[in-house]
Design a protein around this ligand. Sequence first.
Ligand code: GLN
Length: 328
Amino acid sequence: MLGKSCPAGYKKARKGTGRVDLQAIVDDIAAAIAAQTDRGAVATYIPGLAKVDPQRFGIAIATADGAMLTSGDASAPFSIQSISKVFALTLALGKVGDQLWERVGREPSGTAFNSIVQLEAEKGIPRNPFINAGAIVVADVNLGAHQPREAIGEMLQFLRYLAEDDSVHIDEDIARGEQDTGFRNLALGNYMRAFGNLRHAVDLTLGVYFHQCAIAMSCVQLARAGRFLMFDGRLPGGSRVVSPARARRINALMLTCGHYDASGDFAFRVGMPGKSGVGGGILAVVPGRASIAVWSPGLNANGNSTLGTMALQMLAEATGWSIFQPHE
Ligand code: GLN
């Protein structure tokens, strides 16, 4: 997928008036994606994900003026997987603030999402909160003084609140599958525990982590849940979720670390803070303009959605939305 160019034709939706017809762009993107034959490969290491149809595609855009534009399977729930790490990080920062950075770094890892290699040299301190090791430390913070069930419930409530939708739920089949096959994550947890960087029993912390990854949401729900990151930490109605500084920093981490060792390529091609998951979803934020979710289950070699990335690249090119392009 690296360097693969976008299909031609999607730019035709731009109107001569200077205003872009966003619905036409979104429909054109969905049509272009439907025509792609190289769709990547669905994740098979989590049993439930192996059953997902690679033909599915959804896109939802929550715009700053309150519109929601959708195309394809935008209302179909899918496993958000590592996209949950953005919301888990938001909760953990709310609990312990900058103390979190004593236990997790803020640098791109340049390694795979489930890599263990840096942990030994860096004494059990993961490079960033979006690789698995970092997200497991974040889950340990969120577990805090709770029972795992309470910590998972808090995460679910947070997502229901942000998405304004109580139907957001945990796919128990996916959670069980992760628990049964998550040997690498157990290894990461045990290794960090040996360095004193996990405070709870590894199986309890991983219980929280696996369940947050198994949350099922649609593109529409995810795009809504990401709105506070386009509005400097506030919801459209004005309620504050995080401070402006915190929202900027979460966006910065999404840009630099949200796609693992393909984060540079994602910034180069799309130019938006983004977070991927092995369920094939990507949440992307254009500060001041839009919160976007795409879903296409086939993954590239880095474990990021092949066609989800392509769809966002097409959107960026057709709209000019990028944090590297001036906002008219
Ligand atoms: N639950 C998955 C895992 O731990 C999340 C990975 C991902 O989405 N990149 O392997």
